[in-house]
Design a protein around this ligand. Structure first.
Ligand SMILES: Cc1ncc(COP(=O)(O)O)c(C=O)c1O
Length: 403
């Protein structure tokens, strides 16, 4: 962001921001006006609310998730009573770790993973262990090996959860099949006896609704043995508006109560007015209309980026493409670093284009060196024109280094 401010011509393909022109400003203005015009809705919206979130939005969100997962409204797995509304899903991730972990505990993560999650771990003195990520999700054999090694070393007692960004993952765009989620859950359970406590599957579905290709995948809440073991987090930031900062999650007891207590200390409830806005958007169907619109928009932008990559990137670069989300993942030949201090990063900045160095997305894990030859490239916030131009600039930089 600093670089962007000091270089007006810089094209940022780095930020995970969403598309500006399609943000729902018109819808929000109309709905907020409706809410605030009538005292019976306006006054409560401007008042304090409930720590776990407004019941109406919790119900609507539970119904929304039930629809995505194809379960009936009575399903206890998707009960509004276990659903919490939070200040973005980021707050929920933080609070979950605060409630679940002590300093020195271990969370298993995809290798690579969402780098702000790693930063939460670091800030709370929680250790991370990476599980190899392949194009179809984590490598189950490697997960088994990591768990075995932790068991041998006595570390298993500190393992509290596996964090999985299961839909169009940040940073790689990878999605995890339902079958794989079920097998992960089963494997985690098989180590619980030795761990001496539950090992949760923390599923982060932040990008789930930014799907522009292929069918939706049911969440891990639907997997056999999910009861009491799956924490599911979602957000209205990506499909609606990051500025509204509304996230949500389903948590099993006793975690729900523990996280609710933490939230009581943080803010005793997410901004009521914004919860009412989301509730109205869902109730009126405007939310669904909006999601359909942005799915189309991201399909187009992804297509623009794909074409530009084909045209301008050297063939030695392996590109991981996704059916949703905001990112492409590029892997350079192993010997070429794209890290923060690399020649590639500096040359890209000189050429006025920015990406996220992949190495930032790897946990500090003593079991391996962090790969430095990867980059996350986002088509979320740049215009079509800037996507093409940014990829062209980046491609020219890479050609020099690969030659
Ligand atoms: C994987 C992932 N999870 C969670 C979040 C948090 O989003 P929010 O707090 O806006 O819901 C992000 C934001 O970029 C993300 O990429």
């Amino acid at each position: 962001m600093q670089a962007a401010l000091s270089r007006p011509k810089l094209i940022s393909l780095a930020a995970g921001f969403t598309d500006n022109p399609t943000l729902p400003t018109e819808i929000s203005r109309k709905l907020l006006d409706e809410i605030l015009r009538a005292p019976e809705t306006g006054q409560p919206a401007m008042q304090y609310g409930i720590t776990a979130g407004e019941y109406n939005l919790r119900e609507l969100t539970a119904r929304h998730l039930q629809k995505l997962d194809g379960v009936n409204p009575a399903a206890p797995s998707h009960s509004p009573g276990r659903l919490m509304i939070t200040g973005g899903s980021q707050q929920l991730l933080y609070m979950t770790l605060e409630a679940l972990c002590d300093e020195g505990d271990i969370i298993l993560v995809e290798d690579p993973t969402y780098f702000v999650f790693l930063s939460i771990l670091q800030s709370r003195g929680i250790r991370a262990r990476g599980v190899k990520l392949e194009r179809n999700g984590i490598d189950l054999a490697h997960l088994g090996l990591v768990l075995q090694l932790l068991k041998k070393s006595g570390g298993l007692r500190r393992v509290k959860a596996l964090y999985l960004v299961s839909y169009f993952q940040n940073p790689t765009g990878v999605s995890t099949s339902f079958e794989k989620k079920s097998r992960i859950l089963k494997m985690l359970k098989s180590f619980e006896g030795a761990a001496g406590h539950p090992i949760y599957l923390l599923e982060d579905g932040a990008y789930r609704e930014l799907r522009f290709d292929g069918p939706d995948i049911p969440s891990a809440l639907m997997a056999p043995g999910a009861t009491g073991r799956v924490i599911y987090t979602g957000t209205y930031s990506k499909p609606f508006a990051p500025g509204a900062r509304i996230g949500f999650g389903i948590l099993p007891e006793p975690l729900f109560t523990a996280v609710q207590r933490v939230k009581g200390n943080h803010d005793f409830g997410t901004a009521n007015l914004l919860q009412q806005l989301l509730a109205r958007a869902l109730e009126t169907g405007l939310y669904d209309e909006h999601v359909a619109k942005i799915q189309k928009r991201y399909r187009q932008k992804a297509q623009v980026m794909k074409q530009a990559l084909a045209e301008h990137f050297p063939p030695e670069v392996e590109i991981w493409e996704s059916g949703g989300g905001l990112y492409f993942w590029a892997r350079l030949p192993r010997k070429i670093s794209a890290g923060m201090n690399s020649g590639v990063f500096k040359a890209a900045l000189e050429a006025d284009v920015l990406y996220v160095p992949g190495e930032l997305c790897y946990a500090d894990d003593p079991a391996r060196r962090k790969p430095a030859n990867e980059m996350r490239i986002s088509f979320g916030s740049a215009s079509g024109e800037n996507i093409s131009e940014g990829i062209k600039r980046l491609g020219n930089v890479l050609k020099k280094f690969i030659d």
